[in-house]
Design a protein around this ligand. Structure first.
Ligand SMILES: [Zn+2]
Length: 396
């Protein structure tokens, strides 16, 4: 059989990342493209997504007929079952059916899920959460994403909106969050939250090398990494504050879900190594029950930027695994039924045959009996004749 390939995409607000996987789940080629300029339409973004797949095919020389499936993670609320982007904060899609044009264009199944859900699925199948069945994932990026694996499968809740850990309210009078609420975990512990704190302190006249990097929004991860290396005081306070609230959020989820593992990923975690995990681990005991804390591990994500790509791949495998047993099941069920029917027919036939042979046997017996009876009567007649002859002879 010719080699089949999967294409996995990470559709972000600023870029679309694509990777080609061979049938052994090895990445054979990668490609990245800016997703769209500000003010781009959903049509524009769809064109970018299609062009990334085209480019991946062109660069690798893979034909459409060699494609197995295409899969993607994207930000927002996504109807994973139907391939519809219901709402996304950073892209122009609203109730947008992305599956139909993709499947039409490339002629293979297309899957899509929320990027953080997909990222946690990636860590669960290929990364830090391999081998566990109940996984809580925090992805600390520009915002704060969450994902949840329950009893070995991705839990997306009613209408695919579950696991918004970033919007747990931890301080009802806290800073404004992008969602309209105050004091969400995201408002403290995401890039936004950390940037806000640094900006405030800089505005108060405190010295920090991060001041210029948070002037127009959130910092880039590489600057955070440097500031930590330099032990920038204000930056370290911002990290402390982020980890304090992340520990409270983690404790609440440990109590609620009793996962086997909590993983921390995303741009901020990647830039800071195990710092986030270690600091949360130091203080989380204060915010959860000791008996539940005792059975949970805290880990740093392993796949980095690739968690989404690998999660997309996992989505393809899961969808295929779901299809196969169903197909196999129904086919074998059909076979079983057919076999049963055949067996039933056979046994009926056998029974009929038996009956026939019994009937034949009975008939044989009957005829034998008749013959016997005939013989008997013949014998009797002969005997009669003999006795008659004897009598006659005796009389004589
Ligand atoms: Zn919020």
């Amino acid at each position: 059989m010719a080699e089949k390939y999967n294409i996995c995409l990470d559709i972000g607000g600023t870029k679309v990342l694509g990777a080609v996987f061979d049938s052994k789940d090895n990445i054979v080629y990668r490609y990245k493209k800016k997703s769209a300029e500000n003010g781009a339409s959903s049509q524009n973004v769809e064109e970018v997504i299609i062009s990334v797949v085209d480019e991946l095919l062109k660069a690798t020389g893979i034909k459409k007929s060699q494609l197995n499936a295409i899969s993607a993670g994207a930000p927002g609320v996504i109807d994973q079952g139907n391939g519809i982007i219901l709402f996304t904060p950073n892209l122009p899609f609203r109730n947008y059916d992305i599956r139909t044009p993709m499947e039409k264009r490339f002629g293979v199944p297309f899957y899509i899920g929320n990027d953080v859900n997909v990222g946690v699925l990636g860590e669960y199948k290929y990364g830090a959460a391999r081998g566990y069945k109940n996984v809580v994932g925090f992805f600390v990026g520009t915002g704060m994403g969450g994902g949840l694996i329950l009893n070995g499968s991705l839990f997306t809740g009613n209408q695919f909106k579950a696991a918004e850990y970033g919007h747990m309210v931890l301080e009802p009078d806290g800073p404004m969050c992008g969602c309209g609420q105050r004091g969400c975990l995201e408002s403290f512990s995401s890039k936004k939250g950390i940037s806000d704190y640094i900006r405030q302190q800089a505005a108060r006249g405190r010295q920090t090398e991060m001041a210029e990097h948070v002037q127009n929004g959130v910092f880039r991860s590489k600057y955070l990494k440097k500031a930590i290396e330099h032990n920038d005081r204000v930056t370290m306070e911002a990290i402390e504050r982020a980890c304090y609230y992340l520990a409270i959020g983690t404790g609440n989820l440990i109590n609620t879900l009793s996962p086997e593992v909590v993983i921390y990923g995303g741009g901020v975690v990647e830039a800071t190594g195990d710092m986030i995990r270690d600091r949360v681990a130091e203080s989380v005991d204060r915010y959860c029950m000791p008996s539940i804390r005792a059975t949970v591990e805290l880990k740093t994500a392993e796949l980095g930027d690739d968690s989404n790509i690998y999660g997309s791949l996992a989505m393809i495998h899961e969808a295929e695994a779901e299809k196969k047993p169903a197909k196999k099941g129904s086919a074998s069920a059909k076979k079983t039924t057919a076999a049963k029917t055949t067996a039933r027919k056979a046994s009926t036939a056998k029974a009929a045959a038996k009956k026939t042979s019994t009937a034949k046997a009975a008939a044989k017996k009957t005829s034998a009996a008749k013959t016997a009876a005939k013989k008997t009567s013949a014998a009797k007649a002969a005997a009669k004749k003999t006795s008659a002859a004897k009598t006659t002879a005796g009389k004589k």
